[in-house]
Design a protein around this ligand. Sequence first.
Ligand code: NAP
Length: 555
Amino acid sequence: MEPDTVFQSSPRRAPSFDVIIVGAGFAGMYMLHLARELGLTATILETAPGVGGTWFWNRYPGARCDVESMQYSYSFCEELQQEWHWSERYASQPEILKYANHVANKFDLLRDIRFNSRVASAIFHEGEDVWQVSTDGGEHYRAKWCVMATGCLSAAQRPNIPGLGTFKGEIYHTGNWPQEPVDLAGRKIGAIGTGSSGIQVVPELAKLAKHLHVFQRTPNFSIPARNQPMDSAYEAEWKQSYAQRRTAARTMPAGIFSDIGTNSALAVSADDRLLEYERRWAAGGTGFTGAYSDLLKNEDANSTAAEFVRKKIREVVTDPAVANLLAPVDHPIGSKRICADTNYFSTFNRQNVTLVDLRSNPLQEVSENGLTAGSQFYELDTLVLATGFDAITGALSKIEIVGRQALTLKEKWRDGPNTYLGLMTSGFPNLFIVTGPGSPSVLTNVIVAIEDNVKWIADCLAYLKTRGAETIEATASAEEGWMEHVGQAAEGTLYTKAKSWYLGVNVPGKPAVFMPYVGGVPTYQKICEEVAADGYRGFVIEGRSKSLRARQAVG
Ligand code: NAP
């Protein structure tokens, strides 16, 4: 839809919309679709030259989703989910990007997306109740509502290694991989980082490299993905009952239709436990930690699963010293995001692969031709940084977001992010966040979290529109109550026992606050729905007459 005349009374010349959406990933695309259905004018501003968000940038060899493809897709359109065919159990990055483009074309989204437009600032103009959104190319836009669909894993984190800038070879970050083909054949490659991205890229690099050195600081738990071509009977089974399965998925904590154990790991015999772990290991995928109800709550229960995986690693890796280094001991299994791999551990049996333990040989510096760890110099042609993301808040903090009374979001969140339901933050009226801090986001099949958040925002916009409301804003007290609840929910789990990006500790200077809501999809969604049904409890809604305020400001 073209810009309309909502703000024609404004002296500014900037194109004006009802809604500006930042980001053309899965969240932004669905938001645009729903905004149009409400008859609102909307546009997306997107840094990349194409849609797909994190799946546009993470095009490293081996990039693949670890949620099954039958589930890692939109559920809002029956025709879409019936017509699309996934070729593998777990979709590769190129296939997910193809799907994103298919969606953009099917719903005719491209005409309302401004590509190559990195948003530099979003400033709320009090009095006018308008967001002015500006790009680093100097373009300005105005809108009543602004939706940050900027993603949780979209700000790649480059490590602060002395001398990195002096390296003469190529440096590639997995989260910002070049769009043009990269030739790695016959190179001496150094890979830093052994999280989900590292675990996926390492086996592929090993196939290409003359020699691959993997620089590991902390080993991670990983379960074989057991990826395979899509089984046509399995696909048909899903398609026959897609709607019911999507509904059932939303009754499960991670929003994933799966078989979750209801017993304590400690309530069954050691033999039964072993059988269950073997069954899940053979089935493959991150559902492994769903075996028992207390694996993420009780350390004794957790260690039964952790020990099983460590034993598997030792069975696969032939050199016992290397196996020992690859077996994680510093955190409970699942407390950091568990990984799914294809031949990761067996890659260390290859002659052209060397594991370097950075704990005993700390990374000293990068120089023109390589890297020094401990007292050893490693000559390298190429460095692959699989060093992760400034997660959940990183993409937002790259933008200068200014709310009421010139308060910046960066300043407000200096000691950690505060939101109400992860969706809004007080002092920043009419600014919505999709999968924001304080929502289940990264602990779920994120497309479910996205769809639920976006639908909530769209319903909220419809509510505001019918009432002629000008602003909606979370109250400080509702936000405080919600953050307390988010913190308490995390305290009851083992998630806080790991130094993970969930806590932000991978980014120097970032406050250590557990950011996602661990209460699970059904609980969270029920609360969001109740808040809306209760006239948006905990939000202040103001109309032109301001008379709406008294009725809605609760909490
Ligand atoms: P990550 O889990 O944060 O892992 C980053 C790795 O880099 C860690 O091993 C970390 O070591 C290491 N590292 C960072 N800075 C370093 C430094 N200065 N020196 C040495 N090592 C350093 O990041 P990620 O692997 O990109 O994964 C992030 C998340 O993205 C995942 O947890 C997952 O949610 C998502 N993801 C999903 C998939 C999938 O669907 N299959 C694939 C990729 C990513 P320490 O642990 O010691 O800090």
